[in-house]
Design a protein around this ligand. Structure first.
Ligand SMILES: Nc1nc2c(ncn2[C@@H]2O[C@H](COP(=O)(O)OP(=O)(O)OP(=O)(O)O)[C@@H](O)[C@H]2O)c(=O)[nH]1
Ligand SMILES: [Mg+2]
Length: 240
């Protein structure tokens, strides 16, 4: 099975090289697709150098500016679908999602699941180094999304995921309205409503050590609006 890992980046120059190196050193073979939004700190140039050094195993998509996390995933998905890889994973560049958990996630898809989520909220999973406020935000957003949308997955806002290619191919990716962080919730909602098999595997989520967070108050407000929009559609009986 061919596995692609999509890594969206915006100002991750402290992290990108060691992350790509660790991904390429995993016991399973993966290729990496970096989606960089013209990071002012030069992340895109570092990624280009890595692509030159590693040939087919590293690709870089450059976008002209900070266009949001959701549309960065979509750009990566389209590339991976056209490359006909079997499994398409997503993860953050900041080591909150440690590459060492990827093999167990890929294994779950091999066992027959269609979407596997690297989850903080199942037995064996957890967080480390996060402030109380950050934990509360994440826990609250997750509980709200699960309740309002009837989501079964335990960690609905996690960006550490592994999709079977057919799941992404079956979707009109451009129809997903949420473009920022709430893209993850909308995507999960659509995947569940289409009847695909979703599960969580435990991961330890570690707070970023290097670089700065890109989550803003604006993103949090947008995420709440996305959940309310989808919940309204659910109440009105719209299928997705
Ligand atoms: N291409 C692209 N990548 C982005 C954008 N916004 C965030 N990212 C990347 O998406 C990943 C998640 O962003 P973070 O800022 O770490 O957000 P987070 O992990 O939810 O929050 P923290 O715990 O504060 O780090 C990182 O790899 C970012 O570099 C964007 O607009 N475009
Ligand atoms: Mg992060």
């Amino acid at each position: 099975m061919q596995v692609a890992v999509i890594v969206p980046t915006y100002n991750e120059q402290e992290n990108i090289e060691s992350l790509v190196t660790q991904l390429l050193d995993l016991p399973i073979e993966v290729c990496v697709i970096v989606v960089d939004d013209n990071s002012p700190d030069g992340t895109g140039e570092i990624a280009d150098r890595l692509a030159l050094e590693h040939g087919d195993r590293v690709a870089v998509i450059h976008r002209p500016g900070k266009l949001g996390l959701g549309t960065a995933y979509v750009a990566g998905f389209k590339r991976a679908i056209s490359d006909k890889v079997d499994l398409i994973c997503t993860m953050d560049a900041d080591f909150s999602h440690n590459p060492r958990f990827l093999p167990s996630m890929v294994e779950k898809v091999r066992e027959g699941y269609d979407l596997v989520i690297g989850s903080r909220y199942v037995r064996g999973g957890g967080t480390s180094g996060c402030t109380f406020d950050r934990k509360l935000l994440s826990w609250g957003a997750n509980a709200f999304a699960r309740m309002a949308l009837g989501l079964h997955a335990r960690d609905t806002t996690a960006g550490f995921r592994c999709y079977r290619r057919e799941v992404l191919q079956s979707m009109d990716l451009d129809a997903i309205k949420a473009s920022g962080y709430s893209f993850l919730i909308e995507m999960l909602y659509r995947v569940q409503n289409q009847g695909w098999k979703v599960t969580d595997v435990p991961i330890l989520f570690e707070n970023r050590r290097l670089g700065a967070s890109k989550i803003s108050q604006d993103e949090i407000t947008k995420a709440m609006r996305t959940v309310l929009r989808l919940a309204r559609g659910r109440l009105l009986g719209e299928s997705r």
